[in-house]
Design a protein around this ligand. Structure first.
Ligand code: FAD
Ligand code: SF4
Length: 474
């Protein structure tokens, strides 16, 4: 007889773990959950000892077939997934992001509002220990940030003075003060592998989930499909130890990310015209500013500021909005007396679903195949106009020289391949992340986002997971 569980969770990173955390709070003591994680458990000490190898995982290392290799998508297949390597920037979406189509005729509206998600943002921020300033100019809050904001740098302070109501210290899960489990962030600026385990990861804050007596964790076990009969998920097919087995479950929660979730759904006979279509993300552009007489690098974490002057409002009708990040990593200027007189700004430009696709590789069905069609015209217009649009921002700084880089290959934010919506014809899952047809299947993660607005996605996908768990158990 196959093993049977109340719920099976695929993946062990943000999407699954935040759902699991709320599920465990609401489920009875007799409940049984199985977490299936394709990769191994690699503790932080192991990661530090294998630093070179770990940082080499920026490539796809054979996990999927990339037909457009200039466009990589970084995915760490291991316990905790990309929480191990993320930079822990945790802005919320802006309220107007949820109604982009209605307000500006671009992208797709979300099937829920900022106000509906707000209480779950608060909970996700609490679980991650987010540092931030309570008077956030754009995202209204019903509760203070768990931790105070980080110290700003001199360029941040200049921008805050020039753009009152549009600047804030970056909210982040890099703690501004020590927490019970993590030391204070010390601004070393190498967050992909934090040397002191300061940023939030699933392994450092949520390890207790996998110790819960109701939870069984299988690592190096890969979900290869869902067993669906008469529009009901009966369980999942798992490959581990070289053989395939079936596990029975009342609820299946997919948290394998926007590349692997559609691949699993497609291998389960759940084809849909919008499934796997429209994989996209934001486009980052670095702007290096040499400063005249102003020292940068005085803040207390790696990215200190958020400027919203190119993000909001009617300009989004014509071209995509951008969030400006102010970086605080050591980028020394090799000129006597000017070592710290350089700052990196990064424009993170939004995009919408286009002609990109994830499907099952016909030559090797054990892997997803990914093709990226490039950014939309709307996003390209924003990139083309960036130099002009940035002028007021640069005017706020004592600029000696500016270099605007080429669009970066990836922001590592895979979005939009399992979109949510109210209409089952144009979306794969509903506003509670439940599959429109298979009502005991939830599809978690940023694949659910109808579009990639400028804010980083992970806090939002974590909040959506908390909300989905509550809706499912209600
Ligand atoms: C270098 C880097 C920096 C980043 N910085 C930020 C940031 O500052 N802010 C931000 O918001 N976002 C950031 N991101 C993005 C962020 O990491 C992702 O949004 C987030 O990790 C997505 O969470 P997830 O749980 O959906 O998926 P993932 O973290 O990708 O986890 C998916 C999990 O599923 C597992 N899995 C995959 N396939 C299977 C299968 N078939 N069976 C079983 N398990 C499977 C994987 O091993 C993994 O554990 C960054 C990403 C990278 C790479
Ligand atoms: S800035 Fe340094 S201490 Fe802070 S999270 Fe990043 S790597 Fe860790």
């Amino acid at each position: 007889m196959p093993e049977a569980f109340d719920a099976v969770f695929v993946g062990s990173s943000f999407a699954s773990s935040f759902f699991l955390a709320r599920w465990l709070e609401l489920a009875p003591s007799s409940a049984r959950a199985l977490v299936i994680e394709a990769g191994p458990r690699r503790p932080h000490a192991w990661r530090l000892a294998h630093r070179k190898e770990v940082l080499g995982w920026r490539e796809d290392h054979g996990l999927y077939v990339n037909e457009t290799p200039d466009k990589p998508w970084i995915t760490h297949v291991e316990l905790g997934g990309n929480s191990n390597c993320w930079w822990a920037c945790t802005p919320r979406l802006a309220p107007e992001d949820f109604a982009l189509r209605t307000r500006y005729g671009q992208g797709t509206d979300w099937p829920l509002t900022y106000d509906e998600l707000e209480p779950f943002y608060v909970r996700a921020e609490t679980m991650m220990g987010v540092s931030g300033a309570d008077d956030h100019p754009v995202c209204p809050r019903s509760a203070p940030f768990p931790l105070p904001p980080h110290r700003l740098s001199a360029p941040d302070e200049a921008l805050a003075r020039a753009f009152p109501g549009l600047f804030t210290p970056q909210p982040c899960a890099r703690p501004s003060v020590a927490t019970s489990k993590r030391p204070r962030c010390c601004a070393s600026g190498v967050c992909e592998l934090c040397p002191i385990d300061s940023k939030f990861t699933v392994q450092n804050e949520l390890a207790h989930l996998f110790e819960d007596p109701r939870v069984t964790l299988w690592t190096e076990a890969r979900c290869e499909g869902i067993d669906v009969q008469n529009d009901v998920a009966r369980g999942v097919r798992v490959r581990r130890g070289g053989r395939e087995e079936t596990v029975r479950a009342e609820l299946v929660a997919l948290g394998a990310n926007a590349i692997f979730n559609p691949w699993i759904l497609l291998r389960s006979g759940l084809e849909h015209p919008e499934l796997g279509v429209g994989l996209h993300e934001q486009v980052g552009v670095d702007v290096i500013v040499d400063l005249n007489g102003m020292d940068a690098f005085g803040g207390s974490t790696s990215i200190t500021g958020h400027l919203y002057s190119l993000y909001l409002g009617e300009r989004r009708r014509d071209r995509a909005g951008a969030l400006i990040e102010v970086w605080n990593v050591p980028m020394l200027r090799l000129e006597a007396g000017k070592y710290r007189q350089r700052v990196k700004l990064k424009a993170v430009i939004e995009d919408t679903r286009g002609g990109s696709r994830v499907d099952v590789d016909p030559n090797d069905p054990s892997r997803p195949r990914v093709r990226h069609a490039g950014p939309s015209e709307w996003t390209r217009r924003a990139i083309a106009r960036l130099e002009d649009d940035l002028q007021p921002v640069l005017d706020a700084l004592p600029v000696e020289r500016v270099r605007i880089g080429e669009p970066l290959p990836t922001e590592a934010h895979a979005i939009g391949s399992t979109p949510m919506g109210n209409d089952p014809a144009s979306s794969v899952i509903d506003r509670n992340l439940v599959h429109h047809r298979v009502r005991n299947l939830v599809v978690l993660g940023s694949g659910a986002f109808p579009c990639a607005t400028p804010a980083n996605p992970t806090l939002t996908l974590a909040a959506l997971s908390l909300r989905a768990a509550e809706a499912m158990l209600a």
